[in-house]
Write a protein that binds this ligand. Structure first.
Ligand code: HMG
Ligand code: MG
Length: 284
């Protein structure tokens, strides 16, 4: 059997958050329930952010209450501040995520804070989560390119990743938010980040605007990463990253990993079912 590589499913959150049609909670619940049969260990299915900023995620508590939880699967939620954390805790999230940016422009546009302010805001969230026994994941957006500031220096990504790691994040997911990264740029960025956070605690989060996401996964594998975020059906985008396309499709990453000899533990038939469901949700 090949070495295990985990796909962290983010479709119900990152995949759906940018959809213009307000999707009823029941449809989201059906998608999560289908994904729960596919063999994932972690599924991100909620985001406790301001409904004024991201209206699509306003149903998060309803979704968390309605899903059928499968033992062994952790259901994750984004929590930008204490208000979001308290809502996630009340909704029964199994783990939470704080999300920062390596670029000032995106930090301001996405969470209305400078990088320094955002880190100050995240510290009590991480502390409260750890005190409640919930694992905390950290995201760093714009690890190669920013829609507002342009190219992002690897040292800047390393600085933010190290800060999140120091707060107690068990894993840092590195986001090519606008999907323009090349494998060379990903390698250079990871050379800096793996100097401060071990590769075993890093995840790759690639959007696929430039069509290079699978090559970027391969570059990150070569740098020792063994966790990749992906969304079934290639859904996604970020409302505060103009032009960003969907996340790399889970089924495409699973197929590429299988071709490279890795084991994902995923049921490809169930994945295809979930991908068809996700595409239907996008088309209304
Ligand atoms: P703000 O306007 O500075 O916040 O937004 P505020 O504290 O001044 O509050 C303003 C209003 O929002 C108040 O309500 C608060 O109660 C409410 P009002 O008094 O006006 O009625 N509020 C909340 N409501 C519900 N839940 C909350 C919450 N917090 C405040 N948690 C804030 C700051 C962070 C809240 C806002 O900017 C926000 O919600 N941003 C989220 C943006 C977002 O979700 N982006 C997408 C996710 S990140 C992403 O996709 C990237 C990723 O995939 C990785 C990658 O690809 O790079 C992770
Ligand atoms: Mg994303």
């Amino acid at each position: 059997m090949g070495e295990y590589v985990e796909i962290f499913e983010v479709g119900p959150r990152d995949g759906l958050q940018n959809e213009a049609r307000l999707i009823p909670a029941a449809e989201k619940i059906a998608l999560v329930d289908c994904l729960s049969r596919a063999g994932f260990r972690r599924i991100e299915c909620a985001s406790f952010v301001s409904p004024k900023w991201v209206p699509q995620m306003a149903t998060s508590a309803e979704v968390m209450a309605g899903i059928r939880r499968v033992p062994g699967v952790r259901y994750a939620a984004l929590t930008p501040n204490m208000k979001g954390f308290e809502a996630a805790l009340a909704a029964g999230a199994d783990e939470v995520a704080i999300f920062g940016s390596a670029s000032e422009g995106f930090s301001r546009a996405n969470i209305n804070a400078s990088i320094a302010e955002s880190l100050e805001r995240f510290a009590p969230v991480a502390e409260a989560a750890l005190a409640a026994g919930l694992p905390v994941r950290g995201y760093v957006s714009c690890v190669v390119d920013c829609p507002y500031d342009g190219a992002v220096a690897p040292a800047q990504v390393a600085r933010v990743a190290r800060a999140l790691h120091a707060m107690g994040c068990y894993e840092i997911s590195l986001g090519d938010t606008i999907g323009r990264a090349t494998p060379e740029a990903v390698t250079a960025m990871l050379e800096a980040v793996t100097g401060v956070v071990p590769a075993a605690q890093l995840a790759g989060h690639f959007h696929d605007t430039g069509g290079r996401a699978l090559d970027n996964v391969a570059a990150a594998l070569a740098m020792g990463l063994r966790v990749f975020d992906a969304a079934v059906g290639g859904l996604g985008g970020c409302p505060y990253a103009p032009g960003a396309a969907g996340n790399v499709a889970t089924e495409a990453v699973a197929a590429r990993l299988a071709a490279l000899g890795y084991e994902t533990g995923l049921d490809r038939t169930v994945l295809d079912e979930a991908a068809a469901m996700a595409r239907k949700m996008r088309n209304g």
